[in-house]
Ligand binder design. Structure first.
Ligand code: ACO
Length: 361
């Protein structure tokens, strides 16, 4: 038995393979490096959906645009109670308003939901009115437009597409497993996606990139990095953006995202020297982790450069996990359908270690 199910195989999947020893991620036959930077998110979603939903022939750009427009109606339910919550809690609450179902129309509404609701929540928390979707735009372009109220530069759209595609699927990670467990009960796709969002929210999974910015801000200057990191580890803190359950080498997604940040330098609000500063912090963290935990092979994970990329695109750190959900949702949906198609109810066992009933007197 393993508390973290480390070596348990719980599904056969055609969707993605994570090779933790080689540092390799394959999504439906494509190395992630060949999809990232070359594929729009709607095309990556179509690749994941292929064989799991009907009527994908014309591509997803048009239907996904329509779905964004459809779900925008739910934004009216954003009240002050929800606005006091974190963006992911508010986004999840709006997503919960969508009806359950198992068809492509439901899947497209769920793909649109994190994008449309996050943009509306972020704007409302800043005292701004929501911006309605433009169904004619690509998904990434419309996300940035709904967030900012004006069109984004092509380089920024390309960077967001790179991010969304890079995180679109990743084997049986915690949120995908949660989505598959719910799908296996036949509760419906909305219920499965709500489980995925809830699992993603935790700081050990998708909640890490916001705290990466806190760490960079706390360190402030490259020369402070070693002392700050040593003090954090002495307190027993974990360094956000480092370590992974599966990868024993560098997460291949880290380099795809670092390349995307590098392309943005000089074109968006990447502060001068920010990338070099992050690289210096990364180098210090890796050296210290190697010295302190020589047997653990702790390396950079996807969240470290995610933080820089989403900061450059002007998402507030409090909403970074929501942007992760905007990308991962296609993977959750495909896994949910794959589970429904062939899988049985997921129902593991536990070993009871509590007290036995007292013998009757
Ligand atoms: N900083 C410091 N120490 C770490 C870190 C870290 N980031 N990650 C693991 N360790 C240490 C643990 O403290 C533990 O030490 P110990 O054996 O002395 O107690 C050892 O390495 C093994 O840790 P585990 O918890 O067994 O590793 P696990 O595989 O369960 O954890 C996880 C993986 C949760 C990602 C972990 O590395 C972590 O907490 N990282 C920081 C959070 C983070 O970046 N999360 C995003 C992951 S990527 C994603 O989900 C998209």
């Amino acid at each position: 038995m393993s508390d973290g199910l480390d070596d348990v195989v719980a599904a056969h999947t055609v969707l993605s393979e994570v090779d933790g020893q080689a540092g390799r991620l394959i999504i439906r036959g494509w190395p992630v490096e060949q999809l990232a930077g070359r594929t729009a998110y709607e095309d990556a979603a179509r690749l994941l959906f292929d064989g799991f939903f009907e009527d994908l022939l014309a591509g997803l750009a048009g239907p996904l645009g329509q779905a964004r427009a459809e779900v925008f109606g739910e934004v009216a339910a954003l009240d002050t109670g929800l606005l006091d919550r974190t963006p992911i809690e508010a986004m999840r609450a709006l997503t919960a308003r969508l009806g359950d179902g198992d068809d492509l129309a439901t899947a497209l509404r769920l793909t649109a939901a994190p994008a449309v609701f996050t943009a509306a929540v972020v704007r409302a928390q800043a005292g701004q009115a929501p911006v309605a979707p433009d169904p004619a735009l690509g998904h990434a372009a419309d996300i940035l437009r709904m967030l900012r109220g004006r069109e984004a530069a092509p380089a920024e759209v390309a960077a967001l597409d790179t991010y969304l595609v890079t995180v679109s699927d990743h084997g049986l990670n915690a949120s995908t497993f949660a989505a598959r467990v719910v799908a296996s009960t036949r509760a419906g796709l909305t219920s499965a996606i709500l489980a995925g969002i809830s699992a993603l929210k935790g700081p050990l999974h998708g909640g890490a990139p916001g705290p990466v910015i806190d760490m960079l801000d706390g360190i402030g200057r490259p020369e402070n990095a070693r002392a700050w990191i040593e003090a954090a580890l002495d307190r027993g803190d974990r360094l956000m953006g480092f370590g992974h359950r599966i990868y024993r080498v560098r997460d291949p997604r880290a380099d795809a995202l670092k390349a995307a940040v590098r392309k943005l330098v000089g074109q968006s609000n990447v502060a001068h020297g920010r990338l070099e500063f992050a690289e210096a912090v990364e180098a210090a963290a890796l050296a210290i982790l190697k010295a302190r935990k020589p047997d653990r092979s702790l390396d950079t994970n996807v969240e470290f450069y995610t933080a820089l990329l989403l900061e450059a695109l002007a998402f507030p750190p409090t909403a970074f996990t929501c942007v992760f959900a905007m990308g991962r949702v296609a993977g959750w949906l495909a896994h949910a359908r794959e589970q429904l198609a062939g899988g049985r109810l997921i129902r593991p066992q536990s070993v009871y270690v509590g007290p036995q009933p007292k013998a009757a007197a």
